[in-house]
Design a binder for this molecule. Structure first.
Ligand code: GRF
Length: 203
């Protein structure tokens, strides 16, 4: 396991993106990384249960009812204790403070179920359907101090059909999310890019 980049996964629920990443690490589609710890800010999540079944280290650091700074300090302390060098937000329903972002400069990834900069925020599928766009998809980006905003690493597109519901559209996009996150991790770990203000340029 020497020389593998240690990944910390943050999630709040189902964890299907986490599972896709874990499967691709096991299959060496992501050859240069390992998952060191999976952290949830909510209790009793499917994601944490799955991580435990896979024999991974887990932690639950509840966010509800606590000052943001306390919860974040605890999460960052755990990530650093595990030697995490790349943080992957995988359905982590919590905006990170600038302090948190600065703990891992250009080393925090997020996945969003729309083609950013269109439809940021918590209602991407609803907003996509409400605007009647014909193409949507997902975006993996570096996390900066603004919500769903940092440099774009990978996007994958899907058609939007007139008959789509939020559920149907989200399932179609999710299939692409599971591919996009792996592509993005490999690009970041490969390191042959230059950071442009809003995207990664070929190095
Ligand atoms: C995904 O749609 C992701 O884009 C969004 O939250 C959802 C998480 O799904 N940020 P899962 O927990 O990975 O299954």
């Amino acid at each position: 396991m020497a020389n593998k980049t240690r990944i910390g996964i943050l999630l709040s629920g189902r964890g299907s993106n986490f599972v896709a990443i874990a499967n691709n690490i096991d299959a060496e589609v992501i050859p240069n990384a390992e998952i060191s710890v999976v952290i949830s800010n909510k209790p009793n999540t499917q994601g944490i249960q799955t991580a435990q079944e896979r024999g991974l280290q887990t932690a639950v650091v509840i966010s509800r009812g606590r000052p943001r700074s306390d919860q974040e300090r605890e999460v960052v302390a755990i990530l650093k204790a595990f030697g995490v060098k790349l943080v992957c937000l995988a359905g982590y329903m919590r905006l990170l403070s600038p302090w948190f972002v600065q703990q891992f400069p250009n080393r925090i990834l997020n996945i969003h179920p729309a083609l950013l900069p269109a439809f940021p925020g918590n209602h991407a599928h609803r907003d996509t359907l409400a605007h009647g766009v014909k193409i949507s998809g997902c975006t993996v980006h570096l996390v900066d101090e603004e919500c769903d905003h940092g440099p774009i690493i990978v996007q994958r597109s899907v058609p939007v059909h007139d008959s789509d519901t939020e559920q149907i559209l989200s399932e179609r996009i999710l299939q692409e999310e599971h591919l996009a996150y792996t592509e993005a991790i490999n690009i970041v770990l490969d390191g042959t890019f230059k950071l442009a203000p809003r995207h990664l340029a070929k190095g």
